[in-house]
Design a protein around this ligand. Structure first.
Ligand SMILES: NC(=O)C1=CN([C@@H]2O[C@H](COP(=O)(O)OP(=O)(O)OC[C@H]3O[C@@H](n4cnc5c(N)ncnc54)[C@H](OP(=O)(O)O)[C@@H]3O)[C@@H](O)[C@H]2O)C=CC1
Ligand SMILES: CC(C)(CO)C(=O)C(=O)O
Length: 305
């Protein structure tokens, strides 16, 4: 199994970064950006820029019948995953390997329900400082994808992805326990993303001691007993590791959810506090900080004009 082409659904902060990288490495004709007619028109008219350089991308319309892609990357927000599934449908065949870079703990399940679980490689994207405003993406750190499999039968697909990433000099790490990694990142997002959306802050505000940092840590701590109840051994050490990773981010940058707040886009709160609260209820665990963040974020969104 050799990956020769890929499809990308969602040309936002991460989608632009990955599309730009792979287009340069394997030729833009092998990197399909799957879009509807309106998005294609907009992207072609306005252009897409990565670090102020105009990108050259190959757009494929979602209703076009083509050969299935060898690999597809889902780079939409959780709020658009359902529409992303429809956009992707014509790109996915029985051998297409599927990767979701979405935050949260549920996108792989949603994709498995739609396309089967056989070809899904689990993934976490982390360590980037990508900031997108409209068609302009800026970043200094591309971060990496952490990938892994939930069953041994997927070893061949994992190896194919690994060879492709090596060939294209794409940063990645193979995780032995990908579920743990996904929950660890989830804990981080539950803290950083939600608190900085509510406080309208940037990473610098939670890198120093103070009320924002305290709130962030409280929100993260509430994830731990829930993870334990779900059979994931998330510990205080994982929280400390997340705090260390946070130190590496540029103080003036901000997480994707704060970028949503600025752009008055509906956020991924359902992937974060929404999920924490749903699971807390099942396991009869208190999560007051997430309850309060959930309400505040919903109030912010209700005030969008
Ligand atoms: N930004 C970051 O630094 C990081 C983000 N993540 C996660 O990665 C995921 C993607 O985030 P991010 O890149 O910031 O998201 P963005 O909001 O920047 O981009 C999402 C893009 O998907 C497009 N889109 C939505 N629906 C469709 C569709 N049906 N077909 C094609 N395109 C579609 C949107 O277009 P339109 O605007 O027209 O709706 C938008 O351009 C999220 O889950 C996020 O939490 C993870 C780590 C870091
Ligand atoms: C970890 C962080 C905060 C930045 O990489 C992220 O995942 C996001 O912005 O959604």
């Amino acid at each position: 199994m050799k990956i020769k082409n890929i499809a990308i659904v969602g040309l936002g902060a991460l989608g632009i970064m990955y599309a730009n990288h792979f287009s340069k490495k394997i030729g833009k004709e092998n990197v399909r950006i799957v879009v509807n007619e309106n998005r294609k028109k907009k992207y072609e008219e306005e252009g897409i820029f990565a670090n102020r350089q105009k990108c050259s991308f190959y757009y494929v319309e979602e209703n076009e019948k083509t050969e299935p892609a060898d690999l597809i990357l889902f780079c939409v927000k959780g709020t658009s995953l359902q529409s992303g599934l429809e956009t992707a449908r014509n790109q996915i065949g029985p051998k297409t390997i599927i990767i979701s870079v979405l935050n949260g703990i549920s996108s792989e399940e949603v994709l498995a329900d739609a396309f089967g679980k056989e070809n899904i490689i689990h993934c976490v994207s982390q360590g980037m400082d990508a900031v997108r405003v409209d068609n302009q993406l800026n970043y200094t750190r591309m971060g990496e994808l952490r990938i892994g499999i939930d069953q041994l039968s997927k070893q061949e697909q994992l190896e194919a992805v690994s060879r492709f990433f090596d060939q294209t000099e794409f940063p990645y790490t193979i995780e032995q326990d990908i579920q743990h990694r996904i929950w660890k990142k989830f804990m981080m997002n539950v803290g950083i993303n939600q608190v900085l959306m509510v406080t309208e802050g940037s990473y610098g505000d939670v890198q120093k001691e103070g009320s924002s940092r305290e709130l962030m840590i409280q929100a993260m701590q509430e994830v731990m007993p829930i993870a334990q109840a779900e059979g994931i051994n998330l510990t205080e050490q994982d929280l400390q590791d997340n705090l260390e990773l946070l130190e590496t981010l540029s103080p003036e940058n901000m997480p994707s959810m704060r970028q949503d707040g600025i752009a008055k886009r509906y956020s991924e709160v359902e992937l974060f506090a929404g999920t924490v609260l749903a699971k807390a209820k099942i396991h009869k665990i208190e999560a007051p900080t997430n309850q309060s963040l959930y309400q505040k974020i919903k109030e912010i969104e209700a005030a969008y004009s």
